[in-house]
Design a protein around this ligand. Structure first.
Ligand code: FAD
Length: 426
């Protein structure tokens, strides 16, 4: 069937990548992007330069407004889709408009989790907006409790990151760690709480995870391996009762950085298959042939859901290829990056705890950037993480994608040219 109209719901990187890929690959039909934000913007800077005050909204938009006009993409900005009707090809917006398309692409991303933290008590007239783990409670602009997913979240948090402000960060994953770094840069006093020691071991391997976590203390963050039992909003901030401590501590602000719930509401209401994400096949098609899903909201059946920028972008390119019935982009090992305390971290492939068959190889000296740690199964690289050494990760990615055999001793030697190993020569 010739597709003559496509409607994408959600203006994050996955949605924008979908419309961009469609046009780049010759799609000339109607193209509509429904975006809750006036102009789609990028999220990674929200915990880094944007939060630090070094960039403004205009500098983090994914494309300038004119681009949508130039590409003949109808950008329906500031609009929220409230229902999709796949059989009729309809998308209903909150303002009552109903748009139609041959193909609907869901690119609705996810919401930050509001964890159900223990008992929540009220001290003052404003109740503490701690959620049920799913829904985002309504918070006032002055609330000292924060999550970080949207530009408005970053704007609100930034007003509280002043020199000497006491910030509690719950969760030391990638976002909690980045905000710790940014907040220290702005002069805030940071307490970082996580029950795991070290966090992120599944993403970067235990050795690098331990070193990265240690950076917080080196930069004046108080790091605690525990959980938060209760949060009590007071007239001046928040009293947090941490497990194992005799009395509660006072903070000016709290950031809850404990993960993401995929935004599957539209798909569920339309009775598409969902389970920890909107379930898709390798071409991003959901259980309804007229509906595709991409990015953080989607999960490839029998796989983990990726929550990284590049994965969302590639999903968009794959969805476009499916719609155009062209060759999909070449599959490649998943890649991500993160920045903290002036260091640039990148990872690719699989770094989960090594089993008996896995070998860890350090290139350089662990803890002295630049360095990289590779995971090998036999002579095959299956993952790598590097600090201030993006070339090592780039090479590792090619090794994984091409299935090149390498000797651990060659990899470990910083003098070895990784491009030579890629060519298969020893
Ligand atoms: C603070 C922060 C820092 C990050 N840093 C990094 C990093 O350093 N490296 C990295 O690899 N990844 C990073 N990520 C992850 C990366 O940004 C995400 O994986 C990526 O944004 C996912 O893109 P997406 O388009 O799938 O979803 P999103 O970016 O969540 O976009 C979805 C969009 O859809 C909109 N939407 C939802 N429902 C509707 C509806 N019904 N109608 C209309 N619009 C709707 C939402 O408002 C949103 O704008 C970071 C994420 C955050 C939040």
């Amino acid at each position: 069937m010739t597709v003559s109209s496509v409607l994408v719901v959600g203006g994050g990187i996955a949605g924008v990548s979908t419309v961009a890929s469609l046009r780049t690959n010759g799609y000339a039909g109607e193209l509509t992007l429904v975006s809750a934000d006036a102009v789609p913007y990028d999220r990674p800077p929200l915990s880094k330069a944007y939060l630090a005050g070094g960039r403004d909204l205009e500098s983090i938009v994914l494309q300038p407004s004119q681009w949508y006009a130039d590409q003949k993409i109808s950008l329906v900005g500031g609009a929220v889709a409230v229902a999709i009707r796949p059989d009729a090809g309809e998308v209903e917006l909150a303002d009552g408009r109903v748009l139609t398309a041959d193909k609907i692409v869901l690119a609705t991303g996810g919401r930050a989790i509001w964890p159900p933290i223990g008992e929540v008590r009220r001290d003052v007239s404003v109740g503490l907006p701690v959620g049920n783990g799913q829904d985002r409670p309504v918070v006032s602009d002055r609330s000292p409790i924060h999550v970080l997913r949207e530009v408005a979240d970053a704007d609100r948090l930034r007003t509280q990151l002043v020199p000497g402000a006491r910030l509690l960060i719950v969760g030391a994953g990638l976002i909690g760690a980045e905000v710790s770094s940014t907040a220290r840069g702005l002069g805030a006093e940071v307490v970082l709480v996580d029950p795991l020691d070290p966090p992120l071991a599944a993403a970067v391997g235990i050795e690098v995870a331990r070193w990265l976590h240690g950076l917080h203390a080196n930069h004046g963050v108080e790091v605690l391996t525990t959980t938060v039992e209760t949060l009590l909003e007071t007239r001046t901030g928040v009293a947090a009762q941490l497990r194992g401590e005799p009395v509660s501590r006072e903070f000016d602000a709290v950031l809850l950085a404990v993960g993401l719930v995929p935004e599957t509401g539209l798909a569920e209401a339309a009775r598409l298959d969902t389970s920890r994400g909107i379930l898709v096949d390798a071409g991003q098609v959901t259980s309804h042939p007229a509906v595709l899903a991409v990015g953080d909201c989607a999960r490839l059946r029998d796989h983990h859901r990726a929550e990284h920028w590049e994965a969302a972008q590639l999903d968009g390119a794959r969805a476009a290829a499916t719609i155009l019935e062209t060759e999909p982009p070449v599959a490649t090992a998943p890649w991500w990056w993160s920045d903290r305390y002036g260091l640039h971290v990148e990872g690719v492939g699989e770094m989960r705890s090594a089993d008996a068959e896995h070998i860890r190889v350090v290139r350089g000296t662990l803890g002295e950037p630049p360095f990289a740690v590779f995971t090998l199964r036999g002579e095959r690289v299956i993952g790598a993480v590097a600090v201030d050494d993006p070339n090592a990760v780039r090479a590792a990615r090619r090794m994984i994608d091409r299935g090149v055999d390498v000797r651990a001793s060659d990899l470990a030697d910083p003098e070895t040219d990784l491009r030579r190993l890629l060519r298969g020569s020893r």
